[in-house]
Design a protein around this ligand. Structure first.
Ligand code: SAM
Length: 399
């Protein structure tokens, strides 16, 4: 794993001009991507794509990777470095009514994660870290008949989780507490297998640090929201991560989370319209000598987009007390359309680096656990369509 991490690290650094930008901000019509002179054939391939081809490529990552690899051969190496085993199909039968109140996609995630975790666990108890209402803990308590301690900050979630667990007669105990408080150390004991489903940024890091410090026999963590950290830059955990020259800002920690817009034709159309309007308005505002920065505009109800670009500009001006420096709405709407197309094309290239960046973060956390004496497996636990944050780090103490 160390070797894979180091290779991935070098490739990400060597190719940072391909992922280190925000397509939205870089979409102005007179700029070219920083990699343009290094890779003019990639640039002309992108320019010649139609918007429909861009959409098709965005829905088919494998096809996109195959196409872009022709211009960027290192992508092929990256694909090998980030390959991880896939989850098994979940095979947990729940009694009737057991899943009441658990949203459908959440149920799929917790069944899949439970399956992966139960296959590995020998521990006597579970610690469910940042449990929410304890959906995962509920299934683990039921399937393993072992005690679950669920730590959660929000009192209302603890209360409703406890009520549900008691109703089902499960050996679950909720503890209301702050993962960052010193007293949280009291919820740990050496018989626990800790599980964390989608504990954000610093929250999952905190578990890895306390859990390894307390020599928990096992930990299973599905990280998410890498950017929700207190420090302004990513703070690597492993020795290899600390040696790396790859410094990620909070904004860059969001890159792996910027997912494809799925949803039907209507959702896609609204997105295209909204982004076109925002980019067109941005160009209009910047056409005034007094403004050369992006002015954030509040979110808007999608149904209002049908009022058209001019209406959108007037609405935004009212919201933010802005002066509109032009009346030529048609011209700026056209500019918005062109910028949208450019943004979509540039995003294709960044898309190919999202998973590699995420795997860099995952390997860093996994190597940290190895350094602490754990045997570590990394796999997916569910399909990406169920949750894009589908990577599971499973660690068990070897000594
Ligand atoms: C994304 S949710 C995941 C919940 C649950 N594991 C699940 O997948 O359904 C993150 C949870 O962490 C809890 N949380 C946030 N900050 C916390 C803190 N400082 N200490 C404990 N829990 C916290 C939130 O209240 C929330 O329930």
């Amino acid at each position: 794993m160390k070797n894979k991490f180091e290779q991935l690290d070098s490739i990400l650094i060597a190719n940072q001009q391909y992922w280190r930008y925000s397509p939205f901000y870089e979409s102005s019509l007179d700029t070219v991507p920083s990699w343009h002179s290094a890779n003019p054939s990639l640039q002309s391939w992108l320019c010649n794509l139609s918007l429909q081809e861009v959409n098709e490529l965005r829905q088919d990552n494998k096809h996109l990777a195959d196409e872009v690899t022709l211009f960027l051969p290192e992508l092929q190496k990256i694909q090998k470095l980030i390959e991880i085993p896939e989850s098994e199909e979940a095979d947990i039968a729940l009694p009737k009514g057991f899943d009441s109140g658990i949203p459908g996609r959440k149920l799929d995630q917790i069944l899949s994660m439970s399956q992966s975790v139960l296959n590995q666990s020998m521990s006597e108890e579970w610690l469910e870290w940042c449990s929410g209402k304890g959906y995962l803990g509920r299934i683990l308590a039921y399937s393993s008949e072992r005690k679950v301690t669920s730590l959660e900050y929000q009192t209302c979630l603890c209360k409703s989780g406890q009520v549900e667990a008691d109703k089902l007669g499960l050996p679950m105990h909720f503890v209301q507490g702050d993962a960052f408080a010193d007293e949280v150390a009291d919820v740990f004991n050496k018989n626990q297998h800790a599980v964390a489903l989608h504990a954000c940024g610093d929250l999952h890091v905190r578990l890895l640090q306390i859990g390894s410090g307390k020599h928990l026999p096992a930990m299973s963590v599905a990280p998410c929201c890498y950017h929700l950290v207190k420090a302004p830059m990513y703070e690597p955990l492993s020795k290899s991560g600390m040696k790396s020259k790859l410094c990620l800002t909070k904004d860059e920690l969001r890159i792996p989370l910027q997912e494809l817009v799925t949803g039907g034709a209507r959702v896609q159309r609204h997105r295209e319209q909204e982004m076109t309007y925002r980019l067109g308005l941005d160009s209009m505002l910047r056409s005034s000598a007094e403004n050369d920065t992006y002015i954030p505009i509040p979110s808007i109800k999608k149904s209002l987009l049908s009022n058209g670009f001019e209406w959108f500009c007037q609405w935004a001006a009212d919201q933010k007390q802005l002066y509109l420096p032009s009346k030529d709405f048609e011209q700026f709407n056209e500019i918005g359309k062109k910028r949208f197309e450019k943004m979509e094309k540039l995003s294709l290239i960044q898309d190919l680096f999202k998973r590699p960046l995420e795997m860099w973060l995952i390997y860093d956390k996994s190597l940290f656990l190895k350094e602490k004496g754990y045997k570590v497996n990394v796999s997916t636990f569910c399909d990406r369509s169920v949750s894009p944050r589908n990577i599971l780090i499973q660690a068990s103490l070897t000594v």
